[in-house]
Design a protein around this ligand. Structure first.
Ligand SMILES: [Zn+2]
Length: 237
């Protein structure tokens, strides 16, 4: 057994635990993101609903105005019969013309408002479908992740109880270095190398460092550049 074997085993275990924790975190993040998306969609749906209601109120005003204008325009026939002077006739005619123009423009506005209501409906429909599908996704995610997170917790528990045993096998000063490196770097901090390059930082080791690395006991050696631990795995003549 190499001096470094328990350390490599410890690192493998720690990386497995890291990966499981990252997986659990990812699921929690996905849930949180999905919840935020649903809230966003629901708020957009509320806005669309409010816009629709506002457009409906405007449409109703236009409809009432159109009715009033139509009644007014119809009443001009009777009024015409009651006046005799050309001046009065002219005044009524221009009044009627103004009412007809107003009617035409109000009808146009009404059509435009109906268009807005329709657009709000379309948007609402799309948003509600999105809310529904997002909620379905959330339900599935919750079910799946609850089960998986429980499994992960159990696995992590088992790994951590094994970890204590491994830790007791690692040389105390190495363990101290390893712990400090783990706090500093993500991913592996101990590498088996058969060349004069550090797999952590990519730096080429100096001749004397490489010579020390190729010690017959294959003791771990800290990289000059990044401090990660290297263990020589090549042939030693
Ligand atoms: Zn390095």
């Amino acid at each position: 057994m190499r001096v470094s074997d328990p350390l490599f085993n410890l690192q493998e275990l720690d990386i497995r635990v890291d990966d499981m924790r990252a997986r659990a975190l990812l699921m929690a993040t996905q849930k949180r993101d999905l919840l935020a998306l649903i809230a966003e969609l629901e708020s957009a749906a509320k806005t669309a609903e409010d816009n629709k209601k506002a457009a409906q109120v405007i449409a109703h005003k236009h409809e009432t105005e159109i009715q009033n204008l139509e009644t007014k325009i119809q009443s001009f026939g009777d009024k015409m019969l009651r006046v005799t002077s050309p001046k009065q006739i002219q005044a009524l005619e221009s009044e009627k013309l103004a009412a007809e123009e107003k009617l035409a423009s109000t009808e146009e506005s009404l059509l435009e408002t109906y268009g807005q209501v329709e657009e709000c409906d379309k948007k609402l429909d799309e948003l509600r479908k999105n809310v529904d599908s997002s909620k379905e996704r959330l339900t599935t995610l919750k079910q799946d992740s609850t089960r998986e997170i429980m499994e992960i917790k159990e696995k992590i528990g088992r790994e951590l109880s094994q970890r204590q045993e491994l830790v007791s096998q690692v040389d105390a000063s190495l363990l101290k270095m390893y712990t400090a490196l783990r706090a500093e770097f993500r991913g592996p901090v101990v590498f088996a190398v058969d060349e004069d390059g550090c797999q952590g930082c990519g730096e080429t080791l100096s001749g004397s460092s490489f010579l020390r690395l190729r010690n017959p006991d294959r003791k771990p050696f800290a990289c000059d550049n990044c401090g990660r631990l290297l263990v020589f795995s090549g042939r030693i003549e």
